[in-house]
Each structure stands twice: as structure tokens, then as C-alpha cells.
Design a protein around this ligand. Sequence first.
Ligand SMILES: Cc1cc2nc3c(=O)[nH]c(=O)nc-3n(C[C@H](O)[C@H](O)[C@H](O)COP(=O)(O)OP(=O)(O)OC[C@H]3O[C@@H](n4cnc5c(N)ncnc54)[C@H](O)[C@@H]3O)c2cc1C
Length: 362
Amino acid sequence: MYLIDYVSNWDEKEGQEASARHMSWIRELYDYMTPYVSKSPRTAFLNYKDLDLGRVRINGGATFVDPRIWGRMYFKNNFLRLVKTKSNVDPENFFGGEQTIPPTIENGTGERIQELEYREATSSPSKALAQQHNFLQCVASHSNQSMPQLYVPKSPSFLSVLQSSIYNLRFTSPATPKPLFIITPNHESQIRAVVVCSKKHGLKITVRSGGHDFEGLSYRANVPFVLIDLVNFRTIDVNIKDNSAWVQAGATLGEVYYRISEKSPVHGFPAGACPTVGVGGHISGGGFRLMVRKYCMAADHVLDARIINAKGEILDRKTMGEDLFWAIRGGGVTSFGVLLAWKIELVPVPLLHILYLPWQKP
Ligand SMILES: Cc1cc2nc3c(=O)[nH]c(=O)nc-3n(C[C@H](O)[C@H](O)[C@H](O)COP(=O)(O)OP(=O)(O)OC[C@H]3O[C@@H](n4cnc5c(N)ncnc54)[C@H](O)[C@@H]3O)c2cc1C
């Protein structure tokens, strides 16, 4: 049995026209391969997100595909349990996006899935300005420590902060919708304030850890939104004595591996190979590559987690309960809250590694 990744890379210098060409090429390849791959149904991996599988309705448009179709591609029968968990913890779908787990209309079998809809911003500029002003006042009054660092589109460094961890350069184009604010918190209470105030003032949030989302969903949305960028949330606290580490959501995989190796040459963590991927998105989507055969997925080695839910409560494994703790380890934390940190289990690795480096003669 084989898993197939379809990948098309191109240079940004080729311009926007090239994006359309390459996207169309890869879609053709996908269609071409369809008769040759298993289709009962075709499955997909959340970490390699694909909006072509379907998304929630946008402005009543035709992009709506029943979430049960793409939900089962990603999660098979676990989809209904995820829907149930979502209905319990976020029935109003505050943490809703183009391809997040939907809550049910009724809390029951999970067979009736709500038809969610995204609406483009329609409010007048003066109303939007007042909304932003009220939002800022709210954040200031709810932040216990101090006001978080905040960037508005007029800030000189707005674009550089926004683009600092955009991995998919298709989304650096001027046509990509921009956030109303970028907030780079350095304390949990500041994130809590943003969640509470966004909800109160009808703004969506997107959360970015490493920015490697293939569809750019950590830093773009089709509704007015606030971007919480966890670039300052990357403390890693390794405890060799009990084989564990607390890792804040904005840390990258490379940083995690490096901090572990500083403390011990015979401990490791089984996750992805790309050092710049963020642990926030990666582990919550499963996370695999290095050592997958021996230790399975990164999400299999999570001992505890801290998240902020839609009510602005800070929860750990004990207070969130086992259903939610199960859901955020593979079901994508985006649908359920803001992940603050993971407590991960370290695994034994041999002192001597054999590494094959492919090398081509010049
Ligand atoms: C070059 C490259 C190599 C990769 N290699 C692998 C690999 O080897 N194995 C593998 O399994 N995957 C791999 N991936 C996929 C990668 O794991 C996913 O794209 C993952 O979601 C990226 O996490 P991130 O935090 O960097 O991304 P982000 O873009 O920051 O976030 C991804 C998603 O998670 C949400 N999110 C992020 N942080 C939080 C948070 N703190 N709270 C709530 N929601 C959050 C975002 O809103 C977004 O929806 C790779 C991707 C790239 C681009």
C-alpha cells in the first residue's frame, strides 16, 4: 500500500499567472490518478490540508460541500465524534473557518450537520472603524499584564510581520485578504483578552504558530478577522528526569529537537522533518515523519495541553476532559480553541545515528 503526495513547486518570480497554471496542472494530475487509487472513500491527511475537498459555503455561493464528505476523507468514522465534541465545546462555532469541524444543529447522532456560511464583510467603513475602536478598548481592559503588541494595516511593519512566516508564497499577493489587526502576545492573558473581545465584537480570529498551513488558513480569512501570531510563544522547558517537555505553541520543530539535544543525546521526539514547521498546527493535525515506524505520530506522544476555549477559559487536560483532549490530537485544534502549549513525551533514541546524505557530483 502506498500514500501519494502530489507536489508542485514554482518560483515566485514566475508571477501570479504561473500560480494558476501550476494549480491547474496539479488538479489535472489529481483527476487523472483518480481511477488508479483507492476510493472507498479517498482519504486525506489534515496536515496536508486541501480546500479542493470542500469548504463551508461562502456568501451563499457554490463552494459548499457537505462537511460529511470531506470530514470523512480526513477522519473516517472519527468525524462524527469530532462533530459531537465540537457541539459540546463550541456550539456557536466561534472557532469556525473554511474547513473546520462543524457543530450539529441538534446534539444527537451527528447526522444532521449544520450548513455553515461565511459572509464577506459588508459593514460601512465608519461602522468598521467604531467596531475596531471598541475591540481595542476591550482588549486593553481585559489584558491583566499589559496591552499586547499590535499592528494595524497602517503600521510600518504590518506587512513584514504578516509575511514573516507565510510559507506558501501564493498568499503574499495583494489580493489575499489581510487581518484588521495582527497581535503578537507574550502572555496567556493577552490571548484570552483577544478571544473574549473578538467574540464580543463579532470578529473572527485566526491563529498562527509556524505559518506552514498549505492553504494559508492561519493568516487569511474571507471575513473581518484578527490574527494572533504566536511568534513570541516559543518557550521550551525540557525535563529529562520524567522524559517530558512543555513546549509553547509557537515553537518550531527544529527548536524542539535542538532544546532536547542540549539536555540529552539519547532523547528525542517523533515528529516532522522540516525544522521551521510550528508545533501548534503540526501536532494537532497528527504530525509524522522522523521515527514514524518506531513511534507512530507526534500526537501519540502528547501528555497534556493548555488551550483557551470559546468562553475564554484556560484549560488543561484535566479540566478540558478526555473528549476534547482526544479531539485536539489529530482533529486540528483550530476547530476547538487556541492552543497555548503541549506537554510532550520524549522517546529514547540511540546515541549513534546513521545519516544518508544524497550528494551529486558537480
Ligand atoms: C515544508 C513543509 C514540510 C512539512 N513537513 C511535514 C511532515 O514532515 N509531517 C507532517 O505531518 N506535516 C508536515 N507538514 C505539514 C504541517 O505539519 C502542517 O501544515 C501544520 O499544520 C503546520 O503547522 P504550523 O503551526 O507551522 O502552521 P500554521 O500555518 O501556523 O497553522 C496551521 C493550522 O493550525 C492552526 N493553528 C496553528 N497554531 C494554532 C494554535 N496555537 N491554536 C489553534 N490553532 C492553531 C492554524 O490556524 C491553521 O489552521 C509540512 C509542511 C510544510 C510547508
